[in-house]
Each structure stands twice: as structure tokens, then as C-alpha cells.
Design a protein around this ligand. Structure first.
Ligand code: COS
Length: 385
């Protein structure tokens, strides 16, 4: 289908497709096997200005939006979700500064982020605060000109590799979610260290670590927005970022379908290429239809977000939910089309299936997305009455 991309958007798509083919595809299996962080690919993306896509020009970026980021993430995800997670999580970590930062904070951090000089990570999740993001235990206490942060964040994408961290901590426990605040913490700040790198089922090129804060003193000007706005910062950040997770689902699904079609055209059984069998054709037709529906929804959600609409929560959750469920279904069925070959590491589809699973879990499980969608429908119905 033609989504009427502008010339500039087509250029971004082609550039990312080229990086994916030339730089990602040749090394993705090795990065997965060795659990190696894709620094070389990140350098290529930085040199191509791709880290600045969604950052305003006045802060050194290209001044584009969610839609352009979606296209970039989709193309990278066709090749490797470990690589695209590294890139997309950088945007996730940047949104708190972009959406709520002061001009000084933006001037201080965004140009380096846009240039890809400093990678970013978002620190929300904790051992006992996963789906229940309001259950944050990490604390930040104001002492003179500094906040003193104590606590541990868990499963943080880009942890250890990133230079800049946007972190949610409680400044007033008596206020529940309204007692959370958001902070910028730089790598190297005394009292801030990292746990071991997690061993994962998929997206093994991406780094996942604990962030450990032990009397970590950050200047009080590093608070994002005001005390008590941390939960809102986190929710608005996720509203913006979940469209990108949808784009990841879309990309990996398309990548898996392309592999399955290529395989089925050359695999001969009973004297015919298996693509000639209706059982295979129907699976391919279903996969392609699901992917197109996911693309239409993800692109519409990204364009809606770029229109300046305030109420993006429901549609970004829908895009994440639908496209990532499609990703799990399509990668599983693509592997099935390829039979025993699909299960082997010689082909990329088993990795795509392992990688796809996280999309239904991170940035809010798909069960949480359904809660968010339903809550918003209930609110809309109450308003309409
Ligand atoms: N935008 C603006 N405000 C929002 C919001 C959003 N997207 N989501 C919630 N809020 C507001 C609510 O309106 C409410 O405000 P009031 O106190 O004025 O009524 C406040 O925030 C608390 O909201 P709620 O009561 O819905 O919070 P819950 O503790 O029930 O949690 C969910 C809400 C489950 C949606 C939230 O915790 C969540 O998104 N969890 C998943 C977290 C996640 O994605 N983790 C992955 C980590 S990042 S990889």
C-alpha cells in the first residue's frame, strides 16, 4: 500500500533500509550469539544523523517527528530487534527531557543526544514496580542543592552503555503516584553504578542492566518538571514511545514474512515449491493482511501524535498492542512455514521469534495496554454523557 510518504520520509526509509541490509544483516547472528552491544552500528546511525530525527532543529536535531522515527525503527527491526531496541530505547530515555525539560536542560543534553555522542536510557522499572509503575520504591531526598537518590532500577535497556539516564524516584511517599519525580542522572555520578548484564531469551544485542543508586547526589537542577510530576512524565513518555514499539512489531513481522516467502519459493516437497500449496498460501495471506493492518494503525498513530493531539494514550497503546501481537503471531507462523529449517539458527527466523516475544512485554505488557485502552474508553463514555 502507498502511505504517501514525502520525499524526505522516503529518503529516511531508504537510508535505514540500506544500513539494515549492509551493516545489520551481516552481523546480527553474531551479535545475538555473543550478546554483543551494537556500538559499530550505532556509530553508523549517528554519522547518518538518525539520532537527531525527532529532536527539534534548535537543539541540533532534524526536527522531524514520531512518524519519521517510526519509519526508521520499522526498517531496522526488519533486520534485527536487538539493534532497533538499542535505538528506540534511546528515544524512550530522551522523551522526558524533550517533553518536560527546561530550556537549559534541553540545551545541555539534546545536542549530544541528537549527534549520537551520548546514548540515553529510561529508568522506571524496579523489582516490585513493573506493571504497577506507581509502586516505585527508589527515593530522592532534597538535601541543600542536591537530591540524594537511593534504590535499584531493574531491566534497564541501554543500562551501562548509556551516558544519560532519566530516572523516576519518589520524593514524597505519602502522595502515592503524585509523590514521584523524574531526574536526569549522568553516568559517572558518585553513588551510581550498574548491576550485571542480564542474559535474555531474545534481543540479545541490546544491553539490559540494573541501575544501582547508593546516596547518589544529583544537582537539584536535574529534576525534570517539578516535584510530584514524575508519574505524569513517565506516562507521557510511554505514550510517545509505545508507537515505536508498534513499529518494532511491524518491522520484525515484515522481516519474518519476507524470509518465509523466500524460503517457500525455493523449498521443494512432493515435486513442487511449497509456496504452491494452498495451506502455505493461506498462512502467507493471513500474515501479510495482519502486517498491513498493523502498518496502517502504527502509521496513523504516529501521524496523530505528530499532529499535536494531546490524547494519544489510547491510540499509542492500540498501536503497540496490535502490532506486537501481530509480530508474535507472524514470526511464529513464518517459522512454521519454514518447518525444521525455520527452527535452525542457520536462518534468521528463530531469532526473530525469540526477539519478538519481548514486544508483548516491555513498555507495558499487552495486558496493561488493554487496561489502558479500556480505561480511556470508559473515560470518554463518561465525558460524552
Ligand atoms: N497520561 C496522563 N496522565 C495519566 C496517564 C497518561 N497516559 N496515565 C495515567 N495518568 C494519570 C491518571 O489520570 C491519574 O491521575 P489522577 O491522580 O489525577 O486521577 C494518575 O496518573 C494515576 O493513574 P492511574 O490511577 O491509572 O495509575 P495506576 O497506578 O492504576 O497505573 C498504569 C496505571 C497501569 C496504566 C501504569 O502504571 C502503567 O502504564 N503501567 C505499565 C508501566 C510500563 O509500561 N512499564 C514498562 C517500563 S518502561 S520499559
Amino acid at each position: 500500500m502507498d502511505y504517501f510518504l514525502s520525499e524526505e520520509q522516503l529518503m529516511i526509509k531508504e537510508l535505514c533500509a540500506q544500513i539494515a541490509q549492509e551493516k545489520v544483516v551481516p552481523v546480527r547472528a553474531e551479535l545475538d550469539e555473543k550478546e554483543e552491544f551494537p556500538w559499530e552500528i550505532m556509530k553508523v546511525m549517528a554519522a547518518s544523523d538518525l539520532f537527531g530525527l525527532f529532536i527539534p532543529e534548535e537543539y541540533g536535531g532534524l526536527g522531524k517527528g514520531s512518524f519519521e522515527l517510526t519509519i526508521a525503527v520499522e526498517e531496522l527491526s526488519k533486520a534485527c530487534l536487538g539493534v532497533s531496541t538499542t535505538y528506540a530505547a534511546n528515544a524512550l530515555g530522551t522523551y522526558p527531557i524533550l517533553l518536560f525539560g527546561t530550556d537549559e536542560q534541553k540545551k545541555k543534553y539534546l545536542p549530544d543526544i541528537a549527534a549520537g555522542k551520548r546514548l540515553v536510557a529510561f529508568g522506571l522499572t524496579e523489582a516490585n514496580a513493573g506493571s504497577d509503575a506507581g509502586g516505585t520504591q527508589t527515593t530522592a531526598r532534597l538535601e541543600g542543592d542536591h537530591y540524594v537518590i537511593n534504590g535499584t532500577k531493574q531491566w534497564i535497556t541501554n543500562g551501562g552503555e548509556a551516558e544519560i539516564y532519566t530516572v523516576i524516584a519518589i520524593t514524597d511517599r505519602s502522595k502515592g503516584p503524585r509523590g514521584a519525580s523524574a531526574f536526569i542522572v549522568e553516568k559517572g555520578t558518585p553513588g551510581f553504578s550498574f548491576g550485571k548484564k542480564e542474559k535474555k531469551m531474545g534481543i540479545r544485542a541490546s544491553a539490559t542492566r540494573e541501575l544501582v543508586f547508593e546516596d547518589c547526589r544529583v544537582p537539584k537542577e536535574n529534576i525534570i518538571a517539578r516535584e510530584g510530576m514524575g508519574f505524569l512524565v513517565a506516562m507521557k513518555t510511554l505514550d510517545s514511545s509505545r508507537v515505536g514499539v508498534g513499529a518494532q512489531g511491524l518491522g520484525v513481522a515484515q522481516g519474518a514474512l519476507d524470509e518465509a516467502v523466500k524460503f517457500a519459493r525455493q523449498r521443494v516437497q512432493f515435486g513442487h515449491p511449497v509456496i504452491g500449496f494452498q495451506a502455505i498460501q493461506h498462512m502467507i495471506a493471513d500474515m501479510a493482511t495482519d502486517i498491513e493492518a498493523a502498518r496502517a494503525l502504527v502509521y496513523a498513530a504516529a501521524r496523530y501524535a505528530d499532529s499535536g493531539a494531546k490524547d494519544v494514550t489510547k491510540v499509542s497503546s492500540m498501536a503497540k498492542l496490535f502490532a506486537t501481537d501481530v509480530a508474535m503471531c507472524v514470526t511464529t507462523n513464518a517459522l512454521q512455514v519454514m518447518g525444521g529449517s525455520g527452527y535452525m539458527r542457520e536462518y534468521p527466523v528463530e531469532k526473530m521469534m525469540r526477539d519478538a516475544k519481548i514486544l508483548q512485554i516491555y513498555e507495558g505488557t499487552n495486558q496493561i495496554q488493554r487496561n489502558v485502552i479500556a480505561q480511556n474508553i470508559i473515560k470518554e463514555a463518561a465525558k460524552a454523557r
